[in-house]
Ligand binder design. Structure first.
Ligand code: HEM
Length: 227
């Protein structure tokens, strides 16, 4: 068993800064490539694909926090989850904006037609729409307003979003399905861990042991993250 480590306030701040810069790296890289004409023959396709890939990757990383926290007995990992989730939203917004602006030139009629006609766009669009309330309710104030239970219930939608994202990817690839298959496998494992935790938590002895503290140390974030 790995000994539980708890960063002090200074270490936690540095950890967050380092993680923020790391999460921003794919965006900086895209900007660098764009500036140096390194996005290939079809820059719009390059940006759409890169931002889509990073959206899905950040969704998976966000979903890994809870099992990692429990398996490694590192409760402080939970403090990084919000930033990771918001980066999923950030890359999702870039992905959608690229489509809206550079691909469709804000032609609302063409976009509506595309969303209705092409199933992979329908799924991507639905996933993005579902991400919006999760990003909007990510603040401590919103957690307090909704209450921990309702907040946790709402944020379980991240599994639906992940599933829609994986199918969206699967449907758009023409030949090699290796990558969507890897994402599907990761998502299945992450969903599987939640089922195991849920079954363990519903045992009477576990229910007696678990004390629900919605706002640890008065910070407003739920203490027993389910997502
Ligand atoms: C949570 C939301 C979304 C996720 C997770 C997601 C994920 C992805 C992924 C992984 C790819 C493929 C990247 C690659 O080829 O490596 C992709 C491509 C794409 N996505 Fe999304 N997407 C989302 C939302 C959307 C939305 C809202 C739209 C537009 C309405 C959209 C339109 C596209 C298009 C046009 C492509 C490129 C298709 C091609 O290359 O032929 N996506 N997306």
């Amino acid at each position: 068993m790995i000994p539980s480590w708890r960063p002090d306030a200074g270490q936690a701040r540095w950890l967050k800064v380092a993680l923020f810069l790391l999460c921003l790296a794919p965006f900086v890289r895209l900007g660098w490539l764009a500036w140096h004409h390194g996005l290939g023959a079809n820059p719009i396709e390059h940006i759409t694909r890169a931002t889509g890939w990073w959206t899905l990757t950040f969704l998976m990383i966000t979903l890994t926090v809870t099992p990692a926290r429990k398996l490694l007995s590192q409760p402080w990992l939970l403090r990084l989850r919000r930033m990771l989730g918001l980066f999923a939203f950030f890359y999702g917004s870039l992905h959608f904006t690229t489509y809206l602006w550079l691909d469709q030139f804000f032609d609302v009629g063409a976009i509506i037609k595309d969303v209705i006609k092409r199933p992979f766009i329908t799924l991507g669009f639905s996933a993005f729409v579902l991400l919006i309330p999760l990003a909007a309710t990510s603040t401590n104030a919103m957690v307090r307003r909704l209450g921990a239970r309702r907040w946790q219930w709402l944020h379980q939608a991240v599994f639906v979003i992940g599933t829609l994202g994986v199918i969206h990817f699967w449907w758009l690839v023409k030949k090699d399905i290796t990558e969507p298959l890897i994402f599907a496998a990761i998502l299945s494992v992450l969903l599987g861990t939640r089922v195991v935790y849920r079954l363990r938590d519903t045992r009477p002895e576990a229910r007696n042991r678990s004390v629900v503290r919605p706002y640890p140390r008065g910070r407003g974030a739920p203490s027993r993250g389910k997502a």
